[in-house]
Design a binder for this molecule. Structure first.
Ligand code: ADP
Ligand code: MG
Length: 404
């Protein structure tokens, strides 16, 4: 999709922090979604002097708990959306599955960044891949499966493959690995025959992601690439600088991400995930129209965080090129850590990890730990890449996480 095809919000004025805005209040920023990404956005906005309002149906959502105001309605509730547009001078989103209709309704009243059209592309794996191809960025060979005929016509070269639902997948959910045509048929049934994309299973050497921020004037800045290790489809460890990446691949990924953002007319923070294949080539995987789990390290290891850039982009404030001031390792803290080998709940050994120099603990304020649930993360910083790796490994050992 070209920028010209993107519906635009009311043009964003420069929204300075801490001044009285059109609502008679200090400038207020709104966010759709109250998860941990929304919470860290709220923290960044508040640091800059903005008021914040969160819309999320969960009365104890992590972002709702720390915002100035929390509207606890569903994302499509007219009263909730009206309330959000009434309070907020500009609105952003913290998860990609926010209904496009809700963003359209908000955009009629307030500047919304990223825009509904860009978010819609990211919500749909088929549209996303079409956009990557339109940008001449290589993605995995794939086929759309919406009918039994399309299922039968799948070419052999896509097997073994991964069948992924076109919409609503995240953290490895909504995808099944298949080897044969029989597997494929069974998997599509398992996924209730919803619209799917079958991707050829590629031989990955490792995975990286890049985060860019772009404003309405088309200025774009980026972070260094993150190298990401996933376990059971969920991000487990992020290392920056990416230890296995060549400068040439780094430059290729940054150019690709900037093109992908520009051709969406994108305003905000965008994360693009890539595979580096065994043959050394770069293949784009997917993108997220928001700050990303692999960018949490930017709070502690960079001079401007991905959440502050989200604020700056939506408020039309200057974007500055971020600088990594420390090598870093980020460990995700999933709910599994709250359970011992017998399944009894316990508190992870925070004193142990906090005794390590250069450890920054972030907990999201979620009340109940469940296996696989993202409860927090831990960022390690140190003077050298070797030292930070050692700190990360020691923290992992103390918490009972696997080595990498
Ligand atoms: P999600 O939206 O759940 O993050 P992804 O498409 O990123 O879904 O897939 C999750 C993980 O599965 C990836 O990070 C990668 O490790 C693996 N994976 C996904 N697609 C492929 C593929 N085509 N070939 C090999 N591995 C893949
Ligand atoms: Mg992914």
């Amino acid at each position: 999709m070209d920028a010209a095809a993107v519906t635009s919000s009311p043009s964003t004025p420069v929204l300075l922090p801490g001044v009285v805005g059109p609502s008679g209040q200090p400038t207020t920023l709104g966010v759709m979604g109250g998860g941990q990404l929304g919470r860290m956005f709220v923290h960044a906005a508040q640091t800059l002097g903005y008021r914040t309002v969160v819309l999320d149906p969960d009365p104890s959502s992590p972002a709702g708990l720390v915002a100035h105001a929390h509207i606890a309605t569903s994302y499509l509730d007219g009263t909730g959306l009206f309330g959000l547009a009434g309070m907020a001078d500009a609105i952003t989103t913290e998860f990609e599955n926010v209904p496009a209709e809700a963003l359209h309704a908000l955009a009629a009243q307030r500047p919304v960044a990223p825009g509904a059209a860009a978010v819609a592309v990211c919500q749909d794996r088929a549209a996303e891949k079409a956009h990557f191809m339109a940008c001449s960025v290589a993605c995995a060979p794939h086929a759309l499966i919406e009918t039994p005929e399309q299922l039968a016509a799948v070419p052999d070269r896509l097997l073994p493959g991964i069948l992924k639902t076109t919409r609503m997948g995240y953290d490895g959910k909504g995808q099944i690995r298949v080897t044969s045509r029989e597997d494929l048929e069974a998997a599509w049934l398992d996924l209730k025959q919803v619209s799917c994309v079958l991707e050829a299973r590629l031989s990955l050497a490792f995975e990286v992601s890049v985060i860019v921020a772009r404003n309405a004037a088309g200025e774009v800045v980026h972070y260094p690439l993150q190298q990401n290790l996933h376990r059971d489809g969920i991000l487990a460890v992020t290392t920056v600088p990416a230890p296995d990446l060549t400068p040439a691949l780094q430059a290729q990924a940054i150019t690709a991400a900037e093109t992908i953002a520009a051709r969406l007319g994108y305003v905000g923070v965008l994360c693009v995930e890539f595979f580096v294949l065994q043959d050394g080539s770069l293949v784009v995987n997917e993108m997220a129209p928001r700050p990303h789990n692999s960018g949490h390290y930017t709070i502690d290891a960079c001079d401007v965080s991905q959440f502050e850039l989200q604020v700056r982009a939506m408020c039309n404030l200057p974007l500055v090129a971020p600088r990594l001031h420390s090598p870093t390792v980020m460990l995700n803290l999933l709910g599994d850590l709250w359970f011992d080998a017998e399944g009894r709940e316990h508190t992870p050994n925070w004193s142990g990890v906090l005794a390590l120099p250069g450890v920054h603990l972030h907990l999201y304020g979620k009340h109940a730990a469940r296996p696989g649930r993202k409860m927090g993360h831990l960022t390690c910083t140190a003077a050298t890449e070797e030292q930070v790796r050692q700190t990360g490994l020691r923290a992992a050992h103390i918490l009972g996480l696997s080595r990498w």
